[in-house]
Design a protein around this ligand. Structure first.
Ligand SMILES: Cc1cc2nc3c(=O)[nH]c(=O)nc-3n(C[C@H](O)[C@H](O)[C@H](O)COP(=O)(O)O)c2cc1C
Length: 393
């Protein structure tokens, strides 16, 4: 098993207070309010998802709950409910709760390799959900059946060849996540991946990995994307259910305080570097195996999944990621370790999936404030660029 793919180079402690990205915070939300969106911010995903702004809050296990999802959708962006870590019954209840909290469109994040994917998809149809998002794209047959059910299918990819593959399977849009993104992630930085994917597919591409403000949104549009998707930035909002002590831990970190490692479940994952992560990186494979077995047992108890389901899921993961038998046992690690931090606040026992962007975030706005701020800042930049062009022509 390979050890961390990236090692932090070390950085001087975070200077505080830092200047807000894009200028003094008092300038936000700026002259353009919610109702005066710059016309360039009306992109194809606004139509596709039925939202006002080309901004997506991505699915994050234990984090994008009904409350966070609905708060995002009510702000005019697309909220995505995380269901990859929920049982079928919990998914049903969580979608119903989200529906109660918002009349706006939202999405649900599923695992494309879930053994009960068909039943999960039928829940989306039952509740009138518009968008099915996937970390691992489902196969062509499943995509066709989701389309037959009227769902918009949006997988996340981290490499151009994956984008080409899922585009050929008929997905409706693609989230292209660069290496700096949180959770499971690829190796190509957003600034390189994005133009590659935009050139490779004839679909709306949504940029992810490292976005937090209006400057990022305009940059993504300049690369040819149809909007941005943000995980870590939405985790760090007042609407996020993550314990305050855990949010404070993220806010303290610099851009070099994350690490990408395969020790958790065999697939490269970006997390905050903590004492626990260091221990895991140092620890031998026997210790990791013992921990994995414990998590698999606990995950079975918590999720109500049968051993058959867990093994089926592990086998699917093994097939899709070409991981070994030891790593198969580790498949339950990510949900269990994420839960310990995100739900129980036990950062000593759990992991904190995080994008590098955590290092430039220093506040906890509400989703409404965040979306308004991003849209206003993007509008001001677009105005300025247009004026500059007018002035020289
Ligand atoms: C705490 C956390 C949990 C995540 N859980 C999931 C998940 O369950 N499913 C998924 O598709 N992606 C998951 N991701 C990845 C995000 O959906 C998103 O693609 C990523 O955070 C984007 O990069 P950014 O953090 O730089 O914005 C997670 C990310 C974080 C930070």
């Amino acid at each position: 098993m390979s050890e961390p793919l990236t090692e932090p180079l070390g950085e001087s402690p975070r200077e505080s207070p830092r200047e807000s990205p894009g200028g003094p915070r008092s300038e936000w939300p700026g002259k353009r309010g919610r109702h005066q969106r710059h016309p360039a911010l009306r992109t194809p995903i606004c139509e596709l998802f039925g939202v006002a702004y080309p901004i997506v809050q991505t699915g994050m296990g234990w984090v994008s709950t009904p409350e966070l999802t609905a708060a995002t959708s009510n702000a005019g962006a697309l909220g995505i409910l995380a269901a990859g870590t929920l049982t079928l019954g919990e998914t049903d209840a969580a979608i119903a709760s989200t529906r109660e909290l918002t009349g706006q469109p939202f999405g649900v994040n599923l695992r494309g390799d879930a053994p009960d994917l068909a039943e999960r998809a039928s829940l989306l149809v039952k509740h009138g959900v518009r968008v099915a998002s996937f970390a691992l794209a489902p196969n062509e047959r499943v995509i066709r059946s989701l389309h037959d059910d009227g769902l918009v299918v949006v997988p996340t990819v981290g490499a151009r060849r994956h984008a080409e593959k899922v585009a050929s399977w008929g997905v409706d849009a693609i989230i292209a996540q660069g290496a700096e993104g949180g959770g499971h992630t690829g190796v190509v930085p957003t600034s390189i991946l994005l133009p590659q994917v935009v050139d490779a597919v004839d679909l709306p591409v949504i940029a992810a990995g490292g976005f937090c403000d209006g400057r990022g949104l305009v940059a993504a549009l300049a690369f040819g994307a149809a909007g941005v998707a943000m995980g870590t930035r939405f985790l760090l909002t007042s609407d996020s259910p993550v314990p305050e002590s855990v949010k404070a831990e993220y806010l303290r970190r610099t851009v070099t305080d994350t690490v990408v490692t395969t020790v958790l479940d065999g697939v490269p994952q970006r997390v905050l570097r903590t004492e626990l992560v260091d221990q895991l990186l140092r620890g031998g494979s026997f210790g990791r195996l013992r921990r994995s077995a414990g998590h698999a047992i606990a995950f079975r108890r918590m999720s109500g999944a049968s051993w058959r389901d867990i093994v089926a899921e592990g086998l699917a993961m093994r097939r899709s990621h070409e991981i070994g038998w030891t790593q198969l046992l580790m498949a339950a690690n990510t949900p269990m370790m994420l839960r310990a931090s995100m739900v129980d606040g036990r950062t000593d026992l759990g992991t904190l999936a995080s994008g590098q962007v955590a290092g430039v975030i220093d506040d906890l706005p509400s989703c409404a404030e965040l979306v308004e701020r991003v849209v206003a800042q993007a509008g001001e930049i677009l105005d300025r660029l247009t004026l500059a062009t007018d002035g020289t022509s």
